[in-house]
Write a new protein. Structure first.
Length: 185
């Protein structure tokens, strides 16, 4: 069972007024989420694009369970701009598969969490632009923080309103896992 607590919402500028609940997951929790995801897939996955860094572990677990052999990565960042306008920043792709390996394929895009949805949606749009057929998969979907209205991932392990700290983040030290969360992911 994951640890659940709250963190102050001091820098959550208007999006949420209550303290943000925080969950610290254990490896067993992640395995259970993967077990929830596996039966959801409607067809074979031709290739997988794993969003770094949060999607590496869940993507690897899913690739192994689903026997996906064509595994690619995408690395996206949103350049820092004025805090008032930070949600307007355009994505910067640090790494992305070539269009030739995406065109005409059903691509499973995997990340750990859909909070704002900006990162995984940016990857989806770029795959669409390359002629691929992306489907989005996350361990956790947070509809309260999503910037995309009714749009949601095609597959998700759980719906949450909490800030999730995954075991691979906890291993980076208590200061990292217990930091106050950003509102934009």
């Amino acid at each position: 069972m994951a640890f659940t607590g709250t963190v102050p919402a001091a820098n959550l500028t208007g999006r949420m007024s209550n303290p943000m609940r925080k969950e610290l997951l254990r490896w067993g929790d992640v395995e259970q989420l993967v077990d929830v995801l596996i039966p959801q897939f409607r067809h074979d996955i031709e290739a997988m694009v794993i969003v770094t860094r949060g999607g590496i572990v869940p993507g690897g677990l899913l690739a192994e369970a689903l026997d996906v052999k064509d595994i690619l990565t995408a690395s996206v960042q949103f350049p820092p701009i004025d805090a008032e306008y930070k949600l307007l920043a355009w994505p910067e792709f640090l790494q992305f598969p070539h269009e030739d390996v995406l065109a005409g394929k059903r691509i499973l895009v995997v990340d750990d969490v859909w909070a704002s949805g900006r990162t995984i949606t940016s990857v989806k749009d770029r795959i669409l632009g390359a002629g691929g057929q992306p489907e989005l998969c996350v361990l956790h979907f947070n509809p309260a923080r999503s910037l995309f209205g009714q749009t949601r991932p095609d597959y998700y392990g759980a719906v949450t309103d909490a800030y999730i700290a995954y075991p691979w983040e906890i291993d980076r030290g208590a200061d990292f896992a217990l930091r106050e969360p950003d509102v934009v992911i």
